[in-house]
Ligand binder design. Structure first.
Ligand SMILES: [Zn+2]
Length: 288
């Protein structure tokens, strides 16, 4: 079974392609093995409290696995490009685009869009479940979950889903730089404690008072970003494009505080998604 019935044509195209292209098949085999091991590891990770936001443990685990799948498929695509014929790539892309148009589920399948021929069979081999046609994925009020197009902004459900994905991608990247991660985690745990304390204080402006605690954490992240480059392993491109895309999407959240955290991501660098998750938590606590 493929990601969804709409992608069966693309998956069927991959099978004979792998049979006649030995270098691609070898790469595919290796990606399958490496991917299975990395997904096993990702499946056992737990998000530390600040990144958890209001997401359920199982929801966060799913997002962590998705982030790993996205990264694996991107890495596979980068290698596959060198051994895949241009015409085959174009054909595969056309079939995937057709599937995307028919499924109208941009939200779910972006990991495929950014990969290469072989990606659908890789997903299958990792045991990822197919998407059930027409089953509501989330209770979306803005249309984005279905169409992938943002009108006025992201509704609460979509906004939270994007923050969840952004947090998961951030945790994936932070795992590559443990020393930097330790500093980020320290800042976010401190911010969460301050936020929690502030939420309990009676105030005329509870939202901005609590937001000021996150702003403080954001400034600390900004200082770390500027001074802590040596803690980032040289040559690693951090944050990733994916992280930046998800930050830009979060900026479109209709929940004002959550959107604001997305817009400040660039200055803060890694840790910004954790602050957005804290904004979701704070909104929930204040508005009930
Ligand atoms: Zn929505």
């Amino acid at each position: 079974m493929s990601i969804a019935p709409w992608f069966d044509a693309a998956a069927e195209f991959e099978r004979p392609l792998l049979e006649r292209n030995a270098p691609l098949a070898e790469l595919h085999r290796q990606a399958q093995l490496d991917g299975a091991a990395r997904l096993r590891a990702a499946g056992s990770l737990r998000a530390p409290s600040p990144w958890q936001g209001t997401t359920s443990v199982s929801g966060m685990r799913q997002a962590i696995v998705e982030a790993e799948v996205y990264a694996l498929l991107r890495e596979y695509a980068a290698q596959a490009a060198a051994v895949t014929d241009g015409a085959d790539s174009a054909r595969w892309t056309a079939l995937v685009d057709e599937g995307l148009t028919r499924s109208r589920r941009g939200l779910l399948v972006d990991e495929v869009r950014d990969s290469a021929a072989g990606a659908l069979l890789l997903r299958d081999s990792w045991g990822l479940r197919p998407v059930v046609p027409n089953a509501p994925v989330i209770d979306c009020a803005c249309g984005y979950a279905e169409s992938g197009v943002i009108a006025k902004g992201l509704c609460i459900e979509c906004g939270e889903l994007v923050v969840r994905r952004w947090s998961a991608e951030e945790l994936r990247l932070l795992a590559l730089v443990p020393k930097y991660r330790a500093r980020v985690e320290e800042i976010l745990s401190d911010t969460e404690a301050r936020q929690k304390k502030q939420i309990g204080v009676p105030s005329d402006a509870p939202i901005s008072d609590v937001a000021s605690k996150r702003a403080r954490g954001g400034r600390a992240l900004g200082r770390l970003r500027r001074s802590g480059r040596r803690l980032l392993v040289a040559g690693r491109d951090l944050p990733s494009e994916r992280w930046k895309q998800l930050a830009a999407l979060t900026a479109k959240a209709l929940q004002i505080q959550v959107g604001a955290e997305g817009r400040r991501a660039g200055r803060r660098g890694l840790g910004a998604a954790g602050l957005a998750a804290l904004a979701v938590k704070s909104d929930d606590a204040i508005h009930g």
